[in-house]
Design a protein around this ligand. Structure first.
Ligand code: HEC
Ligand code: HEC
Length: 315
C-alpha cells in the first residue's frame, strides 16, 4: 500500500518535471535591435537608469538565468515589449528635446510614486531597487533641466485677468461640448477640496488636484483602494510664472481633466470615466473615444492603486 502511494507521488513529480521542461521550449522572442541613439546624461544619473530601468526600457536588456526560466520568462518578455514601447533609452535621440524632457519627468514621477521599476522585478533584482539618494539624484537632474525666467509685468497682468475670469466664470458653462466618450463638463470642481498640488519642472506647469465630496469622505474613512463609485478627481494645469521677487504664481490656463469613478458605467475603461478640456475655451480633448487609451496607459503603472497617482494626505 505504502509503496504504491510512494510510486504515485514519484509519478506525479516526474510528470511535473516533464511539463516544466516542455514549458521551456515555449519561448517568446526578446529581440535585440541596435542602439540607435543612447541617452546622454551625467554618469551618476545614467548608472541609476541603467541599473534599474534598462532591462525593460532599452535595447540593452541583460537577462539573468533566472529571468529565462519559463513561465516567469513569458512575463519578463512581455514587460520588455511593453516597456520599450513607451520609453526606450536606446532610441532616445529620435525624440525632440521637449519629448526627452517630458519622458525624463515622467520617469522621475513613476519612480517617486514607487511604480517603477516594477515591484516584482525589483524584488528579484535587488540591485535595481532605488534608494532615497538615487531618487534625489534623478530629481536634481530633471529639475536642473529647466530654466525659469522671471515673467514680465504684462504677462503677469494678463495671467491675473485670466485667473480671475476662471475663478468667477458662471457655474453653468453650457456651451462647453462633451468629450468624445460622452462626458459632460463639470464646472463645479473649483469649489471642491484641494487634494494635492504638483509642479512639473520639465514644461513649468503647476497642477492642482481637486476631489469631490465622495473623494474627501473616502480619504477620511481610508477607503481609497478601490475608490468608491461617485469619486471624482479634477486636475487643472496652469503655466507656472515667477515674478521678479521670485514668487510663484499661475500663468495661462492649460487644461482641466477628470477621472470619474463608476465601475459599471466605465467598466471598459478600468472603472473610470476619463475626460479632458483644453485651453481657456475648454475644447474637448480627443479625436474619438480611443483617446482614453492614452490616459490609461500612462496611469497603468499605478493600477494597483486603482489607477490613481495622488496619495492624499489625511486631513
Ligand atoms: C521589469 C520591467 C521594467 C523595469 C525594470 C522598469 N519598467 Fe518602466 N515600464 C514597464 C512596463 C511593462 C511599462 C508599461 C506600463 C505597464 O504595463 O505598467 C512601463 C512604463 C513606464 C513608463 C511610462 C511610459 C509611457 O509613456 O508609456 C515610464 C515613464 C517608465 N516605465 C519608467 C521607468 C523607469 C524610470 C524605470 C527605472 C527606474 C523603469 N521604468 C523600470 C516595465 C519596466
Ligand atoms: C504622460 C502620462 C499621463 C497621461 C498621458 C495622463 N496622465 Fe493623468 N496623471 C499623470 C500623473 C503623473 C499624475 C499625478 C499628478 C501629477 O503629477 O500631475 C496624473 C494625475 C491625474 C489626475 C488626478 C488623479 C491622480 O491620478 O492623481 C487626473 C484626474 C488625471 N490624471 C486625468 C487624466 C486624463 C483624463 C488623461 C487622458 C486624457 C490623463 N490623465 C493622461 C500622468 C498622465
Amino acid at each position: 500500500m505504502q509503496t504504491t502511494t510512494r510510486k504515485r507521488i514519484l509519478q506525479v513529480i516526474v510528470l511535473l518535471a516533464a511539463v516544466f521542461i516542455l514549458l521551456q521550449f515555449i519561448r517568446p522572442e526578446v529581440p535585440h535591435p541596435p542602439v540607435t541613439g543612447d541617452l546622454q546624461a551625467p554618469p551618476e544619473v545614467k548608472s541609476i537608469l541603467q541599473r534599474a530601468c534598462y532591462d525593460c526600457h532599452s535595447n540593452q536588456t541583460q537577462l539573468r538565468w533566472y529571468d529565462r526560466v519559463a513561465p516567469a520568462y513569458w512575463r519578463v518578455a512581455q514587460h520588455i515589449k511593453d516597456g520599450r514601447k513607451g520609453l526606450n533609452f536606446s532610441e532616445w535621440q529620435s525624440l525632440s528635446p521637449a519629448d526627452q524632457k517630458g519622458k525624463l519627468f515622467e520617469s522621475f514621477n513613476q519612480v517617486q510614486a514607487g511604480a517603477m521599476p516594477l515591484k516584482d522585478y525589483a524584488f528579484v533584482h535587488r540591485d535595481a531597487m532605488l534608494s532615497e539618494n538615487d531618487i534625489a539624484v534623478l530629481k536634481n537632474y530633471v529639475a536642473g533641466m529647466v530654466s525659469i525666467k522671471p515673467a514680465d509685468t504684462a504677462l503677469i497682468n494678463t495671467a491675473d485677468k485670466q485667473y480671475n475670469k476662471w475663478k468667477t466664470a458662471a457655474a453653468a458653462n453650457s456651451k462647453v461640448q462633451p468629450t468624445p466618450n460622452g462626458i459632460d463638463y463639470l464646472p463645479d470642481y473649483k469649489n471642491w477640496q484641494v487634494v494635492s498640488t504638483t509642479h512639473r519642472f520639465d514644461n513649468s506647469t503647476m497642477r492642482v488636484i481637486y476631489g469631490n465630496d465622495v473623494a474627501i469622505k473616502a480619504i477620511q474613512e481610508n477607503h481609497i483602494n478601490p475608490w468608491p463609485n461617485g469619486t471624482i478627481f479634477a486636475k487643472v494645469a496652469w503655466d507656472q510664472l515667477q515674478d521678479a521677487d521670485g514668487n510663484v504664481r499661475t500663468g495661462a490656463f492649460k487644461q482641466v481633466e477628470y477621472m470619474i469613478k463608476d465601475d459599471k458605467k466605465y467598466a471598459d475603461t478600468k472603472g473610470w470615466g476619463w475626460a479632458r478640456w483644453k485651453t481657456p475655451e475648454l475644447k474637448p480633448y480627443g479625436k474619438d473615444k480611443m483617446f482614453t487609451m492614452e490616459c490609461i496607459n500612462c496611469h497603468r503603472p499605478v493600477k494597483d492603486n486603482d489607477f490613481v497617482f495622488t496619495m492624499p494626505v489625511k486631513f
